[in-house]
Design a protein around this ligand. Structure first.
Ligand SMILES: [Zn+2]
Ligand SMILES: [Zn+2]
Length: 230
């Protein structure tokens, strides 16, 4: 695995700024990987062996994803909306799982670990470089029951909402009186007053249909990267 400083820099670049959350997130991910026995999970051979549950959608979450290589679109990054600065690292091969929580005490000890630094963000960054893991974190060994429809890979289950007709993947439907419903229909949604609309230029396409063999289309397709390298 790369060094903390290397990971902090690349993480800050990917995240958009250098912040204390990057320092805490990088350290949490380094510890998590060490605990579940994955040296460099972002590396190709190990990428399918890890799942990470992140419990807070703030700066550190990006650092954790960056260091571990987990991604929402690969189903290896699970967001659980707890509002807790914590993450659980799972080794899918061994079943080993550790939940790491960021301590509140670490925030109070910043001045003690970086007394010479005046500017607050700089001071936090420096302190979070110096603090031992045992001050920054608490660790819990946990069991994480993982259902096969939560794993990466092709969609295993589809249901159709009996009220609105929406297809629901991966067992996220809710049974009400034996009927499958999508969660918005069954439980209410984060949005309201949904209304189907038309929109300006609604027939726009980046590549208008041309009869097969016509030159323009073929050239464009050839210029796309090979599937799999995307
Ligand atoms: Zn940030
Ligand atoms: Zn529905």
């Amino acid at each position: 695995m790369k060094t903390f400083d290397e990971l902090l820099l690349s993480s800050a670049e990917a995240h958009g700024h250098l912040c204390p959350g990057q320092a805490v997130g990088v350290r949490m991910a380094m510890l998590g990987c060490r605990l579940i026995g994955l040296e460099d999970p972002a590396e190709h051979r190990q990428i399918k062996r890890i799942l990470v549950y992140v419990e807070l959608d703030r700066c550190a979450a990006d650092a954790i994803a960056h260091v571990t290589g987990v991604k929402l679109g690969r189903r290896s990054l699970k967001f659980v909306d707890y509002g807790i600065m914590a993450a659980t690292f799972v080794n899918l091969e061994t079943g080993a799982a550790f939940r790491i929580l960021s301590t509140e005490e670490a925030r109070d000890l910043v001045a003690l670990y970086a007394p010479g630094v005046r500017e607050k963000t700089r001071q936090q960054l420096e302190a979070y470089r110096r603090m031992p893991d045992s001050v920054l974190f608490r660790v819990q060994r946990v069991g994480v029951p993982i259902r096969d429809w939560d794993l990466p890979g092709p969609t295993r289950y589809k249901a159709t909402c009996s009220r609105c007709g929406q297809v629901v993947r991966d067992r996220r439907e809710v049974l009400v009186h034996g009927e499958p419903l999508c969660k918005p229909c069954a439980e209410g949604a984060y949005f309201r007053d949904a209304e189907e609309v038309t929109w300006p230029d609604m027939n726009w396409t980046p590549s208008p249909y041309r009869r097969p063999g016509e030159k323009v289309e073929e050239e464009l397709v050839r210029s796309l990267p090979e599937i799999g390298t995307l």
